[in-house]
Write a protein that binds this ligand. Structure first.
Ligand code: G3H
Ligand code: 13P
Ligand code: ZN
Length: 324
């Protein structure tokens, strides 16, 4: 058993309280490799923002859980180097934990926060599984995110065709029965880069969000699938040999609006993937003689850093809040 506290990580409890009161959201960015991790930390240190580093099931399979955990531990020291010793609050979070055993294993490995995703289960089964994870996690002061409602899109290679919006009348009972620290809800965001077709006008259901907020005032709310599919990145990819289909995401203005309320964690992954792919493709097209990975992964990392800096400042509003 490794306590996250000995690694210099923090859980999400205080961060969420401050974010809800301050009208901003904490960025939750996924990482699978060193360059993504560097870009996330550089962006968050340069904007003085707290950060949630997310590790998915796919990331654990790709990069190995042990390696990823040591990278997160290194991230704490790296953040101090980038900020003249001060550091920023860093949460290490399991994204879309599929079952109790995976959550338990991550807690034992030093994660400070886990998500138990029971959104595909019945309400009662979701409550029971989530409650069990909470009971275990809270012994070690690890915070837990639960989910009600199903997002459309691709998640861990499983595709949901339709949104099943969170039912506001269920949230109070779910929170009471499970003891979760935060709640992911489905109000129109969706996973992956192919969210909506051009011409569609995707809207977050702020009315459902308001209804949920009324029933559990001040309770930390999480939005998944919050990539906006920046069209300039799609263009760079397709101008440089890529073949991405036309797609758009949720407008950043709508996410900004949600972040001003009880939404205090916003998950972004696909936009980061687009930024890195744009960076790699551009270099390899413009300089076909390049074969040193540092010469294409370096610029890709820079593109990711700039994207996430802008997100922290303009979308999440988390910039400047590392010392709250
Ligand atoms: O919600 C899913 C995240 O974007 C992680 O995706 O399982 O392919 O790493 P992944
Ligand atoms: P996007 O890939 O749509 O940004 O979603 C990320 C996410 O929800 C991770 O849990
Ligand atoms: Zn998600």
């Amino acid at each position: 058993m490794v306590s996250y506290k000995t690694l210099g990580l923090v859980n999400s409890r205080d961060l969420f309280k401050k974010a809800v009161n301050g009208g901003y959201a904490i960025p939750a960015y996924n990482f699978n490799n060193m360059e993504q991790l560097q870009a996330i930390l550089q962006a968050c240190c340069e904007t003085n923002s707290p950060v949630i580093l997310q590790i998915s099931k796919g990331a654990r399979k790709y990069a190995n859980q042990t390696l990823l955990r040591y990278m997160a531990q290194g991230a704490v020291e790296y953040a101090k180097e980038l900020t003249s010793g001060k550091g920023i609050p860093i949460v290490l979070h399991l994204d879309h934990g599929p079952d109790f055993d995976t959550c338990k294993s991550c807690i034992e490995y030093g994660f400070s926060s886990v998500m138990i995703d029971g959104s595909a289960l019945s309400f009662d089964e979701n409550c029971e599984q989530t409650r069990r994870v909470v009971e275990y996690a809270h012994q070690y002061d690890v915070t837990v995110e639960g989910e009600l409602g199903v997002l459309a899109g691709i998640e861990d290679e499983v595709k949901a065709e339709k949104h099943t919006y969170t039912r506001p009348e269920e949230v109070e009972e779910f929170v009471k029965r499970t003891g979760v620290d935060s709640l992911a809800i489905a109000i129109g965001t969706s996973h992956g880069a192919y969210k909506f077709k051009p011409g569609e006008n995707p809207r977050i259901r702020l009315d459902i969000l308001r209804e949920i907020e009324k029933r559990i005032p001040g309770f930390p709310i999480v939005l998944h699938g919050s990539s906006s599919v920046p069209q300039d990145l799609v263009k760079i990819i397709n101008d440089n040999g890529g073949r991405l289909k036309d797609a758009i995401g949720i407008g950043e203005d709508q996410l900004r609006e949600a972040a001003k309320s009880a939404v205090c964690k916003i998950n972004i992954d696909s936009d980061g993937r687009l930024a890195m792919t744009a960076g790699v493709r551009k270099v390899l097209t413009e300089k076909p003689e390049v074969f040193d990975p540092r010469l294409y992964l370096g610029p890709a990392r820079d593109m990711l850093r700039e994207l996430y800096k802008r997100k922290n400042i303009e979308v999440l509003g988390s910039a400047g809040h590392a010392d709250d």
